[in-house]
Design a protein around this ligand. Sequence first.
Ligand code: ARG
Length: 450
Amino acid sequence: MAKTWQGRFKKQIDPEADKFNASVSFDKRLFKHDVAAGIAHAGALSRAGIITAAEGKKITSGLKKLLAMESRIDFSKYEDVHSAVEMELTALIGDAGKKLHTGRSRNDLVATDTRLYVMEDSALIEKELKLLLKALLKLAKKNTRNFIKGYTHMQQAQYVSAAHWAMAYFEMFKRDLALLSTFRDRVSVMPLGSGAIAGSNFAIDRAYTAKALGFKAACANSMDGVSDRDFAADFCYFSALSSVHLSRMAEEIIIYATTEFNLIDIDDSFATGSSLMPQKKNPDIAELLRGKSAGFMGNLLSVLAMMKGLPLTYNKDMQEDKETLFRSLDGIKSCLHIAARLIDNIAFKKDNNENTFMYSVDVADYLVEKGVPFRDAHEITGKLVGYCVENGKQFTQLSKAELASISPKLDAGMIASLNPEKSANMKKTAGSPSVKSVEKQIADAERFIK
Ligand code: ARG
């Protein structure tokens, strides 16, 4: 592979060592960003009088030409994308190309390119996240009056609407959006001008390059600048956390689509069949969303472990950041995208299997309203449940006499009037599953998404 650094060596690098060392197979993805960094840097060099304006122009137009030639470049001839850009440029425009690397190093360049890539890609992730939020909102709007069992400890707890369920995931992914925005700020710091470790002997205007490349700022310390990979960990963490949210949602879709729950219908176009069992309709897409979270967590651990204990400043270990980071960024984009499509392709059914025990808190709270201390109300309602369990009855199947024998305080009329919708609507706190509260959540969400 052609080298930018052969001078001090008496021998060519061993072919196997060369191959092991090379990163071009995966960092050629940074081509566009390396060219952009080159154009900004050439501008700074010419502004500072380090190269002539004519040389600056030559380099800039050469780099622009190169950009259009990307598909024709044989990257495999080079160690990495940075060598490829510099050497292809020189082949294209002659000696002026040899001046581009003045006052920069691949150490500050690779960190700059990778950050630029992440900044660009994170805008695409944001788009996918917003599509998922919209899909959840749409699902919620269809289900404000569809009441389903809510669980704690995976035991039937209290009634909520399917809209409330969807809005719970809306909140999760809205948090992811906020996290993404924080991480987008954190990655927007430019290392270029840090050189290999100690900056440059040339007075390169770093504020100029930062602005030209769309960074919020230039890094404050050259040693940190070339060796900071927090942004890689940030985006792997973002992906891992989002994927954990996806996996929880996916798991619920999977169980709700079972015959046992019979609560969600997955459209045929988003389900799969069995090669043997003709009756099967499987939730493979949701299962993959659940399963893929493992890889995202692994990627995060991989970046953290790669950085742990690394001395300042650049170490070649850091070359390992890219494949992991790209895998996370590519993966989370595709997971978020398909998750939004999946949400568009599920429908909640009606839960016809009423469990009146789930009104227990409502019964107890009613007693509290009648002046019974909550602990006593809990005890009385507990006895009511116990009696029903023993006699295989629901609350609503008890006679007045049976209720009176449990406690004279129990109100047969109130108990008979309970149903899932009423139970949900008895909730008076903000953020609760009452129709009114969920409609407010939906209205707030609609304002947010606009
Ligand atoms: N391919 C390298 C990487 O990805 C680029 C920086 C190389 N720097 C060096 N001093 N060898 O990290």
